[in-house]
Design a protein around this ligand. Sequence first.
Ligand code: NAD
Length: 369
Amino acid sequence: MDQIGIAVIGLGWMGRVHTQAYLRLPQHYPDLPVPKLIAVADDVPDRAARAAARFGFAAATTDWRALLDDPRIGAVSITAPNFLHREIGAAFAATGRHLWIEKPVGLSADDARAVAGDGRIAVGFNYRHAPAVQKARAILRYGGIGAITHARFAFLSDYASAPDGALTWRFQRARGGNGVLGDLGSHAVDLVRHLLGEIDAVVAADTAIFLPRRPAPSGATTGHERGAGPLREVENEDWFAALLRVGDARVTVEASRVATGEQNHYGFEIHGTSGMLSWDFRRMGELLVDGRPVFAGPGDGEFGAFQPGPANAMSFDDLKVIEAALFLRSIVEGVPHGATLTDAIRAAEVLSEIAGRAGPGSGTARSAR
Ligand code: NAD
């Protein structure tokens, strides 16, 4: 296979990042099939057409169904909002297409299960691809910090802290699912599983909605614009924390979209009987081992496809190039590389258990402001 035809459905932030990852793939991974941008779909008039002109897709449409029978398309990126993952994913999976689908894959574990098909399915849990995270995984695998005793995983952001931030699909249960649980919590749960192993139990949990109302958007949104419409109810969680068991280890997980003053404070601290590892996405190439920085370099995950020596900085978009490469490698080799649908299903199951264990009144909108 020398090349593979690509469709991208939903051209917001992730649609752009997937598209740019496909375009950069041959520069970093010349041995993989070359992605050919066949078609882009977005239901906002002009958004797909502008993306086609900007990135070089051969065709643009406002109706993704028009692409189901296009024989030129071998793989599909599904980067539309969460409530569409199941419908779009299941429809393309039924045609045997390979899918690169964004997390959390629908609104629930059942939605994720419905996307299964005969093609390869890669899921957008990009943080696990950071070379320093891969270095941590390798250290953990050879017992480099002894037996794990306890660990903290936190995904804290303030992207929804502004009270006048528009009530986009992310804040509605029918379109965004369980709020920050699926949004940032799914990444955190995936990292716990990837680094420490399967989650055996949810011991305790709580959730909260701190900003119960937001203004409706005044037009089509992408990202986190201010809203100017009437105030509407926020229907899903702003914050959660949970205590998990992974084997004998005690693990806490916390995620917030209203952590005022925090931007992309994503990472972990893992304690073992003979050492400690910690990582912060904002210093992506740096793994702290017993508090001392060790920089990722060639030999750590896919670092070598980007830079020749350690401590050269990589970017968020590079993680998506890695994800695209693992997706295409799994298609070529017929075996999974990177996060799969099973990882998405398992994350959704754990998050649903966390939501179910939340304390009394946690689903009720409450405001501290
Ligand atoms: P976004 O709002 O920026 O973009 C979504 C796009 O989908 C918009 O352009 C919208 O017009 C389009 N869309 C809506 N309905 C459509 C339809 N019926 N057909 C075609 N297109 C349609 O959102 P985003 O931030 O790009 O998030 C998209 C997905 O990516 C979500 O599932 C989200 O959870 C995930 N995401 C993942 C990461 C990550 O780090 N892996 C980061 C952000 C978002």
